[in-house]
Design a protein around this ligand. Structure first.
Ligand SMILES: Cc1ncc(COP(=O)(O)O)c(C=O)c1O
Length: 254
């Protein structure tokens, strides 16, 4: 007999298949230099055990199209099947309650208030909401990087063509550049007309981690609004909104 309880926690207790197996969580990442961690076979075996194993192929793309860990796969399928039984009831009655718990969890993860967290369908949609949502007039300038996410680059170019704003493009040639060189490239792109800085925490083309805290500090000194793309950093690098001080942060949960 189905239990039509309206309490989320009670509901999870009655539906153990929706509980993500606590035995399948990521092992804590040891605080050791990257080279030692790279050689720690036992650690990587634990990580590998979390993923569905392909029969004959090895996945070398853990960026744009990485597979989800088995916990995520399991939860995704279980919730899909649940909602599909009675969408109006499960989707609106139960998923709504779960969503607020996720909002609180995410706010805790990135150190911001839960009222500052919004769910969209993906990072691209979040980027475009911000890019097309910031009021700018002809002559205003934006600093962005040629190696930012290509869809965001296209959106800024669209605003240039439609509205006469100007984008000053930073170009990062390769991962050998030092943090100082990168910061100075951004600094030289700022002018007194700069209103927005579009910044990517981890560049998807080569995995380079940018010194975002330093660059954001410089932007804020100049009164520039900062949009930080954390598609490849959330969950991998510490992300503290209060410490970073950016105005908009977008990231993916997949
Ligand atoms: C740096 C960066 N930003 C944004 C995105 C878009 O992410 P999503 O697939 O969540 O829209 C990607 C996707 O690869 C990316 O590499």
């Amino acid at each position: 007999m189905r239990n039509w309880t309206s309490d989320w926690k009670e509901f999870l207790r009655d539906h153990p298949s929706l509980d993500v197996n606590p035995g399948l969580t990521y092992p804590p990442v040891p605080r050791v230099p990257a080279a030692s961690l790279a050689a720690d076979e036992a650690f990587w075996q634990q990580v590998r055990n979390l993923y569905p194993e392909p029969e004959e192929l090895i996945n070398l793309n853990s960026g744009a199209v990485s597979s989800s860990p088995r916990t995520v796969e399991k939860a995704f399928l279980a919730y899909y099947q649940l909602v599909n039984q009675l969408p109006s009831y499960y989707l609106f009655k139960f998923m709504e309650q779960g969503r607020e718990l996720i909002r609180e969890g995410l706010a805790g993860l990135v150190n911001c208030s839960k009222d500052e967290v919004a769910f969209l369908r993906n990072t691209t949609e979040a980027l475009n909401n911000v890019i097309f949502g910031i009021p700018l007039k002809a002559g205003d300038e934006v600093v962005a990087c040629r190696q930012d996410y290509s869809k965001a680059v296209a959106s800024w170019k669209q605003r240039e063509l439609r509205e006469g704003i100007k984008v000053n493009w930073v170009s990062l040639e390769g991962p050998e550049e030092t943090d100082e060189q990168i910061v100075s490239k951004y600094l030289s792109a700022f002018t007194h007309r700069t209103k927005v800085l579009h910044l990517t925490h981890v560049i998807n083309w080569n995995g380079q981690v940018l010194p975002v805290a330093q660059i954001i500090r410089e932007a804020k000194k100049r009164g520039v609004d900062v949009l930080l793309d954390g598609a490849h950093s959330l969950g991998l690098l510490e992300t503290d909104m209060a410490a970073l001080g950016c105005d908009y942060f977008v990231a993916a949960l997949h």
